[in-house]
Design a protein around this ligand. Structure first.
Ligand code: PXP
Length: 241
């Protein structure tokens, strides 16, 4: 299973002072040294952490694939088409949210049609497109119909479970959705959101998952242990099948 490390919060710290440090490229290099298979950033419409310049620097400087999370915002899509990261993950965005709150609601005709148009634009630049979705089979069907290459299953609900029954139920939803998307729909299956050193192990057992995208917990641990070691600690958990 691959590990994509989301380094948004390195930029969050930098933007807290509108400063030049901590340096985003150094963070990406240390994450790679720790065993990151990919680097992920979220270029939000409000540019609250990652800036356009960060995406350019990372695209030119890292030696693993760059995955950029974006909304359906036209200006951001056009910018990303010029940069051509290896992967894009389409996510919903709400300006008041602290972090991404849920998967893209493909059941809305308007969002479905907009997503279709954005996927076409990204595919024309040879960018692999993933859609961040809730673990629901009917949404997997819609992602497939749209021509997405991959889905990223939202693990937020799983990560917020408070008892063993809830955890088992959410785990089953993710496992069933992964199996369906991978074998029946031939989609690449990724997952992420809210995963940490304590809750990641069951998810690692789901064989159909290709990559986990993890940010907050790794960057939080890095404050005490450094980025390279914190990524390695997560890498060790993910390799244990
Ligand atoms: N995947 C997506 C689509 C996200 O929006 C985020 C948060 O930016 C993550 C994964 C990573 O979540 P976390 O920071 O909770 O590990």
């Amino acid at each position: 299973m691959l590990l994509g490390v989301n380094i948004d919060h390195v930029a969050t710290l930098r933007e807290a002072r509108r400063s030049f440090e901590p340096d985003i490229m150094t963070a990406a290099i240390l994450a790679q040294l720790g065993g990151a298979d990919g680097i992920t950033v979220h270029l939000r419409q409000d540019r609250r952490h990652i800036q356009e310049e960060d995406v350019v620097i990372l695209k030119n400087g890292i030696s693993v694939p760059l995955n950029v999370e974006i909304s359906l915002d036209e200006r951001t899509v056009e910018f990303i088409r010029t940069i051509r990261p290896e992967k894009v993950c389409l996510v919903p965005e709400n300006p008041d949210e602290i972090t991404t709150e849920g998967g893209l609601n493909l059941l809305s005709k308007n969002i479905y049609n907009k997503t279709k148009n954005v996927i076409k634009k990204l595919h024309s630049r040879d960018i692999e497109v993933s859609i961040f979705i809730e673990p629901e089979l009917k949404i997997v069907d819609l992602a497939k119909n749209l021509g997405a290459d991959a889905i990223e299953i939202n693990t937020k609900s799983y990560s917020e479970c408070e008892n063993i029954e809830e955890i088992e139920k959410e785990f089953q939803r993710i496992a069933e959705c992964s199996n369906y998307a991978s074998y029946k729909k031939k989609l690449i299956v990724n997952a992420g959101h809210g995963l940490n050193y304590d809750n990641v192990s069951p998810i690692v057992e789901i064989e159909e998952i290709n990559e986990l995208n993890i940010g907050h917990s790794i960057i939080a641990k890095s404050v005490f242990y450094g980025i390279e070691k914190s990524v390695k600690m997560m890498r060790d958990l993910i390799e244990k099948r």
